[in-house]
Unconditional design. Sequence first.
Lengths: 66, 259
Amino acid sequence: MTIRLNGRDQEAPEGTTVLSLLETAGLQPGRVAVELNGSVVPKTGFHRALLREGDVMEVVHFVGGG
Amino acid sequence: MKAATLTIAGRTFPSRLIVGTGKYPSLAVMREAIEASGAALVTVAVRRVDLSRRNGESILDVLSKAKTAVLPNTAGCYNAEEAVRTARLAREVGLSELIKLEVIGDERTLFPDNEGLLAATRTLVKEGFVVLPYTNDDLVVAKRLRDAGAAAIMPLAAPIGSGLGLQNPVTLRILLEEIRDVPVIVDAGVGTASDAAIVMEMGADGVLMNTGIAGSPDPVKMARAMRLAVESGRLAFEAGRIPRKLHAAASSPPEGQIS
């Protein structure tokens, strides 16, 4: 299936969850926030949040800023 | 409120200086500068993770070693909806309700959009955020933000990153006189230590700066200068300055001089 991840199309196998996608990308779930189709996914729900074809996902973190 | 501490929505920080984390050459220099500044609260921005490369040490890891609290911002947001969305994500990353709210209305000056700022403040306060809005030095807007539940008012001294220092002392003075129930933290425009000292001497509760430190050729030394300036400005404010007089008044006794 194809999802839209941080503004780009990304292939992901069926059954991918937010947590498994973050782990595949080498990201620490505790250091990011995820928005799925416009709603924030709480960290406690990462392992349950199943991705579907056409989902729009944003993964953000903190960077230097004023 | 004690000389050295700043209380925002019941949380007391052991410094009146808040510093940003942008524009540093490395995380190591950033950390050293933060430590030299004595700041206990530091700002960060919220951005997309670059998934095309391995992400190195997280800024949060560095900040937790420096033992500072984190104040995420909504920099780069040009309307209330974007700012609210960014704030919600920031809360999830940092697990804290504090948000430095920016809603920008003009690209060249980065002046705030008052209408959007007020709308976003109302929404975020309802959602339990501790909202610290970056605003211009307008008393009417400041009162509305306060009435909307802002935990502090953060007027600019000059445009963000300009280093011009305080441009409108009269409007800031009026704001400081009228806004007494929440802290007034001067945010943006500080270029050197005296700029920080001046606003603290006027009675500002705190100063927030980024470029003034990070943009200096020696950020660590400038961070220490800013720390001292904020502290000395506050002490001078509490002590009280002498009245200004046009003519001289001798400091030494006029009597007993040898003739």
